[in-house]
Design a protein around this ligand. Structure first.
Ligand SMILES: Cc1ncc(COP(=O)(O)O)c(C=O)c1O
Length: 474
């Protein structure tokens, strides 16, 4: 854009934004030219155009002024700029609930101890790249088309094989729905299976992403307490009012790490059968179990098709892949697939086909095995570091699996202040209080360990110790 036009625009914007009021004198063209380092002709040309548009008046001998006529445009201009903003805040009740809930923001540039983040620096990118090239060669421009909304068949097959073999699920490719994430799966469950006002049992504490998806859908979340064996299922059985669904993280409860006991799994299934309710099973990180095999999933035990199994590759591979999935009871496959077409149509075909090959070729299994070893070691390192440097401040609750460790305060340190102070020091912690519905819990935080090397963990624990000890001394 020529210089004179840029100057003209800038002044017009100042007038429209009310930064220059009606009657306000503009600098003399010579003075403005000097201060901007442009020729006087350039400023003259900008002023002439503003004059022609009616934004300024020019009086011989006394200079240029913001014109009276600009007042109307000024009102209009301000109104035009502010109206959309105000209107965009006039949200629906659902929109307001989503907005107020704050959404679920991932830690974009993960720093210790952002939870739930996998190590991606050692990901076998060359293998991935080779498989992606194979896909493009084989499918050619077909890979550029839409994917079926349910997902590409090779990936649905690979997922069904995987969950059957590794998770004890009862899946067939035609019961798998490929999505972008577990988050999307939760939103679909909340909106397709329940109406606003319907009750859903949730764990207390609960994964905030699930809670927010359910709140946003207008569901009434009914928190159910936990113990060392997971959700206390007798609360479901004895509830005065029934609910239409229950949300569970049975293999590795988020955030406590508890495993849901087998008798409780059967009890939940029986409850769901009796009430024709749904079990929403979020199996988000069971690949990383460090003491033997994780327990088989609830879905595989459910002979009555009441369970929706949700899986994700965010943790087992990398968050940028954006592939999650549901294994659905047969009667839900069509309704859920149609509903997903309204959210995002379908998942991108090239990553789906590449992932299918990655799984079929054994690379997925190999990667998970390698990372399991790496994460188990990092957990060990973290436990030792916390016991050494933070022993006076927190008690670690060492998990049997997963990618984060809960720690509870043993000193009277305000959780919020600790988290804020840590953030200033370059450390991310997820507070436990916000995950709880009841106030009967210990304050503390989650420490993600999977994405950080031994040295990174050490530096960060020492830094955290100095932050928390300083707070504890106050
Ligand atoms: C319990 C739980 N479920 C689901 C997810 C999210 O997975 P996705 O990226 O597939 O939405 C997370 C991520 O932190 C999680 O902790």
């Amino acid at each position: 854009m020529p210089l004179h036009a840029r100057i003209q625009r800038a002044i017009r914007q100042l007038i429209v934004d009310s930064a220059l009021d009606v009657g306000k004198p503009l600098p003399a063209s010579r003075a403005l030219a000097k201060s901007l380092g442009v020729s006087r002709d350039t400023v003259e040309s900008a002023y002439s155009q503003l004059h022609a548009e009616g934004f300024i008046e020019r009086r011989v001998g006394s200079g240029s002024f913001v014109s009276e006529r600009a007042q109307g445009s000024l009102r209009r201009g301000t109104a035009q700029r502010h109206r959309p903003q105000r209107e965009s805040m006039r949200l629906s009740q659902r929109g307001a609930a989503m907005y107020q809930g704050g959404g679920v923001r991932d830690f974009l540039a993960p720093r210790p101890f952002a939870p739930g983040v996998p190590e991606t620096r050692s990901f076998p990118l060359q293998t991935w790249e080779r498989l992606e090239r194979q896909v493009l060669k084989e499918y050619g421009t077909l890979a550029l088309a839409h994917s079926p909304p349910q997902g590409m068949e090779p990936l649905r097959r690979a997922i069904a094989d995987y969950v059957n073999l590794e998770r004890g699920a009862h899946a067939t490719p035609d019961r798998v729905l490929v999505l972008t994430s577990s988050q999307q799966a939760m939103t679909l469950c909340a909106t397709v299976l329940l109406d606003a006002g319907d009750r859903i049992f949730i764990e207390d504490p609960v994964y905030h992403g699930a809670r927010r998806a359910f709140d946003a859908a207008g569901l009434e979340c009914v928190p159910v307490p936990l113990d060392a064996h997971g959700m206390r299922v007798e609360h479901l059985l004895n509830a005065a009012q029934p609910a239409k669904a229950v949300f569970l993280t049975p293999s590795h409860q988020f955030p406590t790490g508890a495993t849901l006991a087998l008798d409780r799994r059967f009890a939940v299934i029986e409850w769901a059968r009796r009430h024709q309710a749904w079990i929403i099973e979020d199996d988000y990180d069971s690949e990383f179990h460090y003491a033997g095999k994780p327990t088989a999933c609830v879905q595989g035990l459910d002979a009555h098709d009441r369970t929706i199994y949700i899986g994700t590759f965010t943790k087992s591979l990398f968050p940028g892949l954006r592939i999650g999935y549901m294994v659905l009871p047969p009667q839900l496959v069509e309704p859920m697939t149609v509903a997903r077409t309204l959210l995002d149509g379908h998942s991108a075909p090239i990553p789906q086909l590449t992932l299918a090959r990655f799984m079929e070729g054994g690379h997925f299994g190999a990667h998970v095995r390698t990372m399991r070893g790496v994460y188990a070691e990092r957990l060990d390192v973290l436990v030792r570091l916390v016991r050494k440097h933070l022993a006076d401040v927190v008690e670690p609750r060492v998990p049997l699996g997963g990618m984060q460790m809960p720690c509870v305060f043993i000193r009277d340190i305000p959780e919020r202040e600790a988290i804020d102070a840590a953030r200033w020091a370059g450390i991310d912690l997820l507070g436990l209080t916000a995950l709880h519905a009841s106030s009967k819990h210990k304050a503390g935080f989650l420490m993600g360990f999977a994405a950080y090397t031994r040295d990174e963990l050490e530096v960060a624990v020492k830094k955290l110790a100095s932050v928390l000890l300083a707070l504890g001394r106050r």
